[in-house]
Design a protein around this ligand. Structure first.
Ligand SMILES: [Fe+2]
Length: 391
């Protein structure tokens, strides 16, 4: 298995070298505007796909008691750099925040992690790209098995090229980081029925730009490959959209925590009628994609030849975290547990993977573990980012 992985990594490295641009720093014009409103496909039923649950009576009780004010105040400032693109479009792609070698290192870590379960997954044999050969995931995001706390995950979070853009946006380098995980998207999965799920990751009850999400891209994400689809220009319409929506419908999202809203087709059209466009973001290994949590987005089903490999990273000012949330965050860290992308609030622990990927199951996946395969070296920087010690 290790040799097979090595072959695919070598091939990947060659592709990276061939695709890599010569310049650094300048924004790359990438992506494809999607022409038509997508249709909602039937709900996926594969074993490792979690079908959104019906709303529960306790859902409202799970809403945060106090919602944060906007972290970044609306501004008319012209920065003359990528921040202008970010505030205008609700997202931005920052090229080459990591070198090709570093990107390849992290991609290798991800692929070794998934083949390391020894479930018969062969990265060179597409017939093995099915749920029975994979650990439990949620839409190819591996949220459990202590994955968010693997040493390489903490190394990635501490990369200056990853952290600095967040510090620049927030205007502070005193940041907390989420215990997000990674996504390994195998193309053309035949055991999945793909369902677009246009959503935003911010509660309708929050006002303004409250969080910036990040994807550290580790593969060549072209038009046919799996990747991020954003609704360009939707973030500034977030408040207007929810204001016109009857209050009782604002929190009907069938999700286990509040910072999520799933849009239906009619609602997608509401944004398109106001000039927003769906846009497939393209990126190269080592690029960082940032987006405003109010931006409607979802993922493209991978139909090209690239195995999607991305690490989710999200930072927010430490000053925005309450004492109560800090305590929860510390407990999650000590249990090596994953969170949502929110670094400073909404401390929702992902818990253990359930047997067969069924969330309602009380049986824990037998492949679960109590600690990462390679535990992080907990430096002073990590302690601060995890909220274990103050700045
Ligand atoms: Fe999302």
């Amino acid at each position: 298995m290790a040799a097979e992985t090595a072959v695919s990594l070598h091939q990947h490295t060659e592709r990276v070298k061939a695709a890599r641009p010569n310049h650094r720093g300048a924004l790359r014009q990438t992506g494809t505007t999607l022409a038509t409103t997508f249709k909602m496909a039937p709900t996926a039923t594969a074993p490792n796909v979690v079908v959104p649950e019906a709303p529960k009576s306790g859902f409202k009780a799970a809403l945060p008691k106090v919602h944060s004010e906007s972290i970044i105040k609306p501004t008319k400032t012209v920065y003359g750099d990528w921040r202008d693109d970010f505030f205008r479009d609700g997202f931005v792609v920052l090229p080459n925040v990591l070198s090709a070698e570093k990107a390849d290192y992290y991609r290798g870590k991800l692929l070794n992690w998934i083949t390391g379960f020894n479930l018969g997954l062969d990265l060179e044999d597409e017939s093995t790209w099915t749920a029975e050969h994979l650990p439990v995931s949620f839409k190819s995001m591996f949220l459990n098995y202590c994955a968010p706390h693997e040493r390489f995950m903490w190394e990635a979070r501490c990369e200056p090229g990853v952290m600095d853009p967040f510090a620049k946006l927030y205007g502070t380098d005193e940041l907390l980081v989420s215990f997000d995980s990674f996504n390994i998207g195998l193309p053309r999965r035949k055991d999945l029925t793909f369902q677009p799920w246009p959503h935003c990751d911010q509660s309708p009850d929050r006002v303004g730009l409250a969080c910036v999400q990040g994807i550290l891209n580790l593969y060549n994400s072209g038009p046919q490959d799996g990747g991020l689809i954003v609704m360009k220009g939707s973030a500034p319409l977030f408040e207007e959209f929810f204001e016109q929506l009857p209050k009782e419908k604002r929190f009907s999202s069938p999700h286990v925590h509040s910072d999520f809203y799933l849009f239906n087709e009619e609602q997608v059209k509401w944004f398109e009628d106001r000039g927003c466009t769906q846009y497939k973001v393209e990126a190269k290994p080592g690029d960082l994609i940032l987006w405003d949590s109010r931006t409607m987005h979802h993922a493209a089903f991978p139909m090209g030849n690239e195995i999607r490999t991305v690490i989710y990273t999200c930072f927010a000012p430490a000053s925005q975290c309450s004492a109560e949330d800090l305590e929860k965050k510390q407990a999650l860290f000590h249990r090596f547990e994953g969170t949502t992308h929110w670094p400073n609030c909404n401390m929702f622990g992902q818990g253990k993977a359930k047997k067969g990927g069924k969330r309602e199951s009380t049986e824990v996946c037998p492949l679960e573990r109590d600690e990462p395969i390679e535990k992080p070296i907990v430096t002073e920087q990590i302690k601060k980012l995890a909220g274990l010690v103050p700045y």
